[in-house]
Design a protein. Sequence first.
Length: 322
Amino acid sequence: MSDELAAALAALAAESAAPAVTAAPFITAMQREAAARAAIRERRLRVVRWLAAIAGLVVALHLVATNWFFATPADEALAAAAQRAAGLVVPLYSSPDQPLQIAAVEPVVRELIDGSHRRYYAEVRLELRKSLYVPAVSNGTAAYRQLQESVEIARALETKSKFFASAGAAAPEAPALPQLLQLTHQAGEAVVVRVPFDADRFGWTWRIKPPQLENRTANRTLTGSSLDRYENTPYLIFGPQTMADIRARIKAARDYVIAVNRKAQRQADGVAVPEAPSVDPNALAQPMPAPVNPDAVALPDPDKPAVDPDAPAVRVDVGPRR
């Protein structure tokens, strides 16, 4: 082998023994970088999933709390609002003639507008503390009032002319004909008043608005006055328990008017007292329903005698003066 060939073979062997240069290190670095980016992306996705789950849980809790725990105002708040409405209602219905007191108060749902708006009633039950009465109305009370007038006229004439001055103890006396009163409502009867009010929700807080007194409604109207109105006026409660007394007074009143007329007829003045009307006790025993409208019967002035204040004046002619 020539020297040149041996040198060529040695050079080739040296080249084959040297490490080969490749792109493997660069590929490995790129893979590592891609893996790091993928890990970061996975962590971010995990965080996003956790945040989404937490947000969903919060929304779910909010919806549950809103529609379950805070779906309506608190019972205590509704009861307090109803009590405030009741306190405002009592002065509007109670009076000395018709004394009322609060018996019960309850908030009642009136209308569900939507999830955040509700309408309620404050249902206030007011009970009468005293029974109520009106002047009695029956088939015979008109004649009874005429008899009252005749007795008053006869008494005035007898007092002026002294018809029975010489009779002493035997002189007839003018009987008292008290006003007849009829029971219309007993103590304990109730009036139910409904006062509307609204409730609005802001978040989890309910705000109750003031009661709408101008829109209140009552289930009935009471007629009459308590007996305190008649405490200075003689009266009888018209009913079966007083019929015997009323009949006796009617008979005594007619006898008195007739006796005064007879005395007046013996003088030259003629009959000075209107003839006493005939009052049928059986007609008195048939009471008619009291009028619903309280203005339909004019109540008398307690400071005046028990005479019909609406009756026309009757002129008493006692003859020429001497």
